[in-house]
Write a new protein. Sequence first.
Lengths: 345, 584, 330
Amino acid sequence: MAELLKISDLHVAFPTDDGLVRAVDGVSLTLNEGETVAIVGESGSGKTVSGLSVMGLHKKGAAQLSGSIVLKDGDRNIDIVTATDEEIRLLRGRAVAMIFQDPMSSLHPYYRVGNQLAEGYLVHNPGQKKEARQRAIEMLDLVGISEPAQRADEYPHQFSGGMRQRVMIAMALMNSPRILIADEPTTALDVTVQAQILILLASLQKEFNMGILLITHDLGVVAQVADRVSVMYGGRIVEQGSADDVFYKPKAPYTLGLLKSVPRISTHGSDRLKAIPGQPPSLINLPTGCAFAPRCEFASHAAGDICANDRPELLGTNPNHLSRCHVDEAVRDKLFVTELKEVRS
Amino acid sequence: MSNVSALRRAVVISAASALAISAVMVSGATSASAAVTPKTGGILTFLEHTPRLDHYDPSRIYTGRDLAFMNSFTTRTLVAYNPVPGAAGASLVPDLATNTGIPSNAAKTWKFTLRPGSTFEDGKKITCEDVQYGVSRVFATDVITDGPGYLQVWLDIPKDKDGNSVFKGPYKKDAAGLAAFHKAVSCSADHRTITFNLNKSVADFNYLGTYGVISPVQAKLDTGDKYDLKPQATGPYKIAENSKTQLKLVRNSKWNKASDPVRTPYPDEVIIMFGYDEEVIDQIILGDTIPTAVNFGEPLSTNNDKFFTNSTFKNRRMNNPDPYARYIAFNVKAMPCIEIRQAMYYSRNAKALLDYAGGTTYAGSFATGVISPLLATDYAPTKVVGPGSADFIPEGNIPKAKALMETAKTKCPADYKKATETGIKIDVRQSVALNDTIPIDTAAYARAGIKVVFNPISSGYYPTVMNPDKQSDLSASGWGADWANASTVIPELFATFGGFNLSQNSGDPAYKAFEDGVKQAMLTTDRAKQATMWKALDVEAMKNFWVLPTIFGKAQFVWGSQVAGVFFWVPQGNPAFGKMWVNN
Amino acid sequence: MLNFVSRRVFFAIVTLLVVSAVVFAIFSLLPFDPAALTCGQHCTDQIIAANRIKLGFDKPLYIQYFLFLGGIFLGRSYGTGSAAFSCPAPSFGYSYNENACVTDLLREALPVTVSLALGALIIWLIVGVSLGIIAARFKNKWPDRVGSVFVLLGTSLPTFVTGLALLIWVTIKWKLVPLSLIGYTPITENPYKFFQFFILPWITLAIAYAALYTRFTRAAVLETLGEDYIRTARAKGVKERTVLFKHTMRAVFAPIITLAGLDFAGLIGGAIITETIFNLPGLGRLTLRSTYEFDLPIVLSTTILAAAVVIIMNLVIDMLYAVLDPRVRI
């Protein structure tokens, strides 16, 4: 499996009047072809910022980037952090594409759907208007829109929510990109439609052999489609591993908290649903110690005030399953298994 | 001066007052014109603030400046003022007529004989019948509005039960009325001599002959109200364009010099450009942007110093007395207590207000009555008010005012209470200057314990204050004589039959005797004797404090570097427009 | 669509009737006798009474109003005997101050005001929208700051100050634009003189409006640039210039057109100050003067005309919106 994307020690900060917002603080991850990597976290955890960074969609000046985001474009490797605006622009939509959470607001209300699709093709294939139109209709057909030739001439408001997201997907795939960043692709949709979109994405992934970077807060979605998962909290990855490992053997207290808060049909009574107490940290004044420490029920298991004073590193006995926590890993394994059993019983 | 601009009055000075005039005259650019030969050609341009003149129809013009302008260029009248500098300018000279009018029957009958060879702009010969028709039009008071109303009063035409003339003008078919009119205004068989029969002696009737109300109009070209837009010219110029932006006069090819002893046309075209902002007009003259331009109005008072203290403009400016006497009329019915009226006069700060308006340099001098010094025959300081009177102090005579109020306290307690507690209400025309003058006035009257409130009227000032029901206790006003006889001042302002009586003085105990005096003076044909009577009546009116006289005004004129031949035309109170010429 | 238009036209007519009735009532109920204002100081009661009958002020108010309305369709006659004349349909009455049929006055004044408003509109749209785009594009950098100074000056300086300053400095002192002595020249007659005559009035009006449009465009562009569909365009690899001028401006266009339409309509009735300073014989000056003189037929007609323009402009904008915004269907 060829590596398509390698993010190493990515930092993204936004200077504001109140201080520097450290939205992404040392994130590293890789994405291979045919693979789905999920970034999971609450809003404000830095997952969307990471995704936009890969697209190079942060404004120079507005955002300070460091580290590297190396993208594979054919035989070349390009680092988004150091590339010029024009280099990045030529990658967008062609080597890497993105679909967004809200398909209504993400489509231009004043242009016909077919033209919006064709534009993505024309940008990278100047002058080929006929081909662009044909491609747009093909793609609409591919994402399951019936009578694509007619519907290409309609405006976004004439499509339903699920259909619009299909249009967005079709638009992203106009140039057969190798990497697709899907930022909360199903959040705004009905549950039944969500499943259809996920199935569609999976089938398209196979067809195009794409690597998908799935950004979501929805663990249910992650469980269905992700191969590997990175859990983010306060701009950092707190746990990283295969989807199975993260779901069944969580190692970070935050991941455990997330898993416990997923509502389940089998649970009886609201007492089983446990929200994580407290608020996510401010990204301007991150605690010196573990960012999760103030909300962590396991902090007492660590030595002294270490959770409050020192930042834990991303470590693990299994090199493919890493986590940040000062509590001894063996202790955590034991504690977490009991907690999980309780939830999943 | 804004209050005066609405007055539709011209002023004249009689030839008899030559010496007096030269004493009053302020130097202008008068001397240069005599030495240089006037040039012919070019375009003379007047810049005007208002969007048009009120009227062009000769029967409807009453504003002194507009009358002087139109009569200089387009409209010939029976007689005219001689357009020369100095006192000689006030003498009457024949215009359409061959003489200045021949009175008979104790000045109850006046005859004028027309000069041969005068024509309208369409070439038609001017006959007596044209003048007769022109005169008949002023009786159509619902169509021909705004002109002087003397003819309706003086012509010997029977009146109906309401006191109106039985003749209603030429537009209504009424043979009886027309016959009555033709008896009063008749033409000789040779169509050259017109005779006016008056219902009383009017010694100065021929001065009315300088107004367009006695001028020829062709019946078949009369369009009633619309004749105002383009009247037929009889002078050396005719109206080529009368639009929203300009009045353009061009040479009238049918006019011939031989028939017109008064006019000497110089420019090819005369144009009034309308609607320019006053500041813009001043800047145009200051910068000499249009060297052939004349400010048709006065410069803004804020620009006066720029023109009158800089020698660059020494041949391009004039600063003259204007024909108006300003005053504040007491509503005697509302303020019957003479002591309070006197106290207001004595407590007013005349100096502060004159200084505010521009001082003696630009604004004028303290008034001594309602007869202007420009009316030299009839003028004399009354010695009752203003300079020359015993108790006059420009800043106000407070001890005197206080003493008068003390008298009023016991003599007329109700009026005293009103003056000190409720407040006396003064009508004034709305203007930005009020922001400054009201505090000056309020403080001045307060020194004598008098409380005043002001009633600024933003629109229709005279129609409002002329209405006895709407007039407050005092109303600011101004008046200029129609010609060189106080017969157009004293009766107009103070008699109940006058046209501009703001005093409501008919109930005053002194009124009856005063009215008798007025009537007597009007019948007096001996001019010197009459003048003495007017002077006495001016004194009488002042003694009764029917008005509070304020200032005799001044007016400024400025023009561009290529305009020449400008001099002050005394009888019209304006430059002699027809004598201006353009260099280059 | 047809149903929409006919419905709107019907309401437009009703609105105009209401506006005209209200204006008519306001001026008729003012404590001034319009007949007394028609003659000078030697007015007798008989003259006033005669004028009242001549002008039709003796009739009940509703009859006067219907006579006015009737004149629009049938024309009206005035005066009696040999002084009689008529104003043919569409007649908005006769002004004794101007000695003219109001319709003729409107016919003369309207082209001037439309020329003024249209020229100014073009200038301020070009300048205001461009500056707004530049300010948004270079947000918080020097072009934006220069733009904000312009906005501050343009919105705070009254038209009579900028107009007078332009006239005095540009024309009179520097003599860059010749002072037009002949006044207004129709564009059909002499385009060069037409431009010469209108250039300063256009600039005067345009400065004030351009400032508003700079501010409006800047805000609208910045808001639109933050829209999701702009991010989508960028994600497609669309050039930044295309993002700004195509995707962003397409969305900003519709509200600007709306605003421009309403401002244009407003100017038809209300460019009074500019018309006064530059001596333009347009509707604003006509309205101002006739208001001062209580010239009811003119005030009534210009007010109704101004209202009609606003109503028609609203209708046009609504129909235009259906073309501009695919989401709007009528």
